[in-house]
Design a protein around this ligand. Structure first.
Ligand SMILES: [Fe+2]
Ligand SMILES: [Fe+2]
Length: 330
């Protein structure tokens, strides 16, 4: 259900080329062939990818924090092992994505500095708190579920290193979504208090997740050009609709109520209609005023500083190895 229809209908086309290199680049995009790091590419294409891939990497790494909060309090050894594996996967996703962005000529230090200084964005969803164990279920089910919707089309994005990183990431996200759903299922089949905990988590996460797909198409600044470049293949509103259509029956199976009194199947459109989205809240959180923005960034900076000795030790080790290899070769 998470892998249907990977193409944007009627994608806008590129402006005519003014140089032979640009013509070759346009032809590559038109033929749906991948652009690789050594190929000529327009500066704006490179910059867009650096912004998007680094924001994506930051989201993976900051996304470890809300769930990391519950590793020590998981309700069983099995749940703890699963959650640890999931959080480690997110760290791995960050690493593949930083490596993909580095092929575009930006260093990991530069990207991290932009994150830590508050200049680079990450997904706003991670600025919400995780109050109960049911939040681990809601995050996996809804946040990872929404991430899959966003990321499946990126497996076919025009930039080779990004597209290839996304294939493995999507496989892991699929496991994350299932483990979240499994937590929700256990809670909703549990005691009255457990079911209430699952409902409360759904109530708090639903709207921020619906907002995760980004502003409506009519207000989305980067979408048109990104679609022409073969980076973005499905619009924000279409992705949001696909997510809602897939998720409503899952909530029904859990016996939980989606907190939207206007949610209704529209037989004519063949989709669910939803109530109004609070975009003021979305922009407030993007602008740094969410419940946990400051805490997340402070934790991230602290972790980076506390890990300085590991980076120094790895560099010292690499220098030693290099010196030994040179000695042997001499
Ligand atoms: Fe991830
Ligand atoms: Fe994930």
């Amino acid at each position: 259900m998470y892998t249907q229809a990977m193409d944007l209908a009627g994608a806008p086309t590129l402006a005519p080329a003014s140089t032979p290199e640009e013509a070759a680049f346009n032809a590559r995009i038109a033929a749906d062939r991948k652009v690789e790091p050594r190929d000529w590419m327009p500066e704006a294409y490179r910059k867009t990818l650096v912004r998007q891939i680094s924001q994506h990497a930051h989201s993976e790494v900051v996304g470890m924090l809300p769930e990391g909060n519950w590793i020590t309090r998981a309700p069983s050894l099995k749940r703890k092992a699963i959650l640890m594996a999931k959080v480690q996967d997110e760290g791995g996703h960050g690493l593949y994505l930083y490596a993909a962005a580095e092929t575009l000529g930006v260093s990991r230090d530069q990207m991290l500095e932009a994150l830590h200084a508050g200049r680079a964005k990450y997904s706003s969803i991670f600025n919400y708190p995780t109050l109960t164990w049911a939040d681990m279920g809601a995050i996996g089910w809804l946040v990872d579920g929404a991430a899959i919707m966003n990321q499946i089309p990126l497996c076919r994005c025009s930039y080779g290193p990004y597209a290839r990183a996304m294939i493995r990431i999507c496989k892991e996200e699929s496991f994350h979504q299932r483990q979240g759903f499994d937590i929700m299922l256990a809670l909703s089949r549990g005691t009255t208090a457990q079911k209430a905990m699952a409902q409360d988590a759904l109530n708090r996460w639903w709207w921020p997740v619906v907002q995760m797909f980004g502003p409506p198409d009519k207000d989305s600044v980067h979408s048109g050009q990104s679609a022409a470049w073969g980076i973005k293949r499905i619009s924000n509103d279409d992705l949001r609709q696909k997510f809602i259509d897939a998720t409503v029956p899952q909530a029904e199976l859990l016996g939980l109520t989606i907190p939207d009194p206007q949610l209704k199947w529209n037989a004519e459109r063949g989709h669910y209609d939803i109530g109004p989205i609070d975009w003021d809240e979305f922009w407030r959180v993007v602008g740094g005023e969410g419940p946990c923005n400051r805490e997340r960034l402070a934790t991230r900076v602290e972790a980076h500083e506390a890990g300085a000795w590991v980076r120094e030790a790895a560099l010292a080790h690499a220098r030693k190895q290099g010196a030994r290899a040179r000695k042997r070769a001499a």
